[in-house]
Design a protein around this ligand. Structure first.
Ligand code: ATP
Length: 360
């Protein structure tokens, strides 16, 4: 086998969309050896842990994983298994392309943008102090001494660290991504006038780094203004570069722009490892019913193929998805159809094979 890949089916609709993506990627026939491991509630039952060491070891061994969505049950001590995984493997950059797909009616048909999200810092860093805890009281006291800040006694506190080093690497990553993928313009989203030492630092560092890439356009927009422009004129944007929290929110907004969460793939990339996963969560409301749209997971698989150097196979899978959507006969209920997850996958797999065998 040419490529070892850890497959983590995940929770909720995860196993359904993972099986669908596997079917399509096997049809692409690039020699993937799947190492299936569990995380999330599936792992809790078998291993007593949400993120078992053997799953992490498998990802470190194979370096590449395809992962379904994972739910973090409340009261398990984990804030988010997904965040822990990104931080644990230092997957500092998330890439989430939002492209208008054929046959999916949307308000702005020429949207083709990519969200690049910083994945390890910001309000997602997990530095939190519970309301009423002795730690929160001590921090309140410290803040009063340090800067005369008066926080209400009943306040919970989440800290927002953003570093120069953490920003530099994501900015460089965004520019390198733009160059490698023929993108022309990067727009950074921020709220620097209000959060001068976190967003302000992100913006200033990004400005400095951007000078090394004179071939790529550069623009800066405050995050509130960015949401309004995205809602009215999304086709103006090419690559959006965002700190962690804004990146999370704007990714879902972009999913809405191009037809819903069932269509948006994602990649989490670090220096050593890469984990590919759809932007959507585990969608418990439709789990186990065969209704989930597998396209986000299949396209995450296509991003993985590109990462593995299988450019032609990646294009092939993307083309097959476009073809099935354009024909419009086989689609899941979120796109107004009545087909099942597996019917969509089988049709995409058939197109993948047809394309492979057609004369070029
Ligand atoms: P999370 O907190 O992990 O983001 P969530 O429950 O807030 O999870 P999602 O699970 O991403 O959000 O999805 C929100 C809703 O969108 C789901 O309840 C479901 O109805 C719909 N949805 C998400 N993914 C899909 C999909 N692949 N196919 C069809 N519908 C989907």
């Amino acid at each position: 086998m040419a490529h070892r890949v850890t497959l983590i089916p995940g929770d909720g609709i995860g196993p359904e969309v993972a099986a669908a993506a596997r079917l399509v990627l096997d049809a692409a026939d690039v020699g993937i050896e799947w190492i299936e491991r569990h995380a999330g509630t599936a792992a809790l039952d078998d291993h007593g842990e949400l993120m078992p060491e053997e799953t992490l070891r498998a990802i470190r061994d194979s370096r590449v994983a395809l992962k379904g969505p994972i739910t973090t049950p409340v009261g398990t001590g984990f804030r988010s298994v997904n965040v822990a995984l990104r931080q644990g493997l230092d997957l500092f950059g998330a890439v989430r392309p939002a492209r208008a797909l054929p046959g999916v009616p949307i308000r702005h048909p020429s949207v083709d943008l990519v969200v690049v999200r910083e994945n390890t810092e910001d309000l997602y860093a997990g530095i939190e102090f519970e309301r009423g805890s002795s730690e929160a009281a001590a921090l309140r006291e410290e803040l009063r001494t340090l800067g005369g800040y008066e926080l209400r006694e009943d306040a919970g506190i989440t800290v927002k660290p953003i570093s120069v080093s953490g920003t530099r690497r994501i900015v460089r990553f965004a520019f390198e991504y733009a160059r490698a993928n023929g993108r022309k313009q990067i727009t950074v989203g921020h709220k620097a006038p209000v959060m001068r030492y976190s967003d302000g630092l992100f913006l200033r560092t990004a400005q400095q780094e951007s000078r090394a890439y004179p071939d790529i356009g550069w623009d800066e927009v405050q995050i509130d203004h960015l949401t309004s422009r995205l809602a009215s004129r999304p086709a103006e944007f090419d690559v959006l570069l965002l700190p962690n929290l804004y990146g999370d929110i704007i990714s879902d907004l972009c999913a809405g722009l191009v037809g819903g969460l069932g269509l948006i793939p994602g990649a989490n990339i670090g220096w050593e490892y890469a984990v590919f996963e759809p932007v959507h969560g585990s969608a418990p409301d439709i789990a186990g019913q065969g209704k989930a749209n597998p396209i986000a997971m299949i396209l995450s698989g296509a991003m993985m193929l590109r990462h593995l150097g299988q450019q032609t196979a990646a294009e092939n899978v993307g083309w097959a998805v476009d073809e099935v959507l354009a024909r419009g006969e086989i689609r899941t209920p979120d796109l107004g159809g009545s087909s099942t997850t597996m019917q969509v996958a089988e049709e995409v797999a058939t197109q993948v094979t047809a394309w492979e065998h057609s004369p070029s």
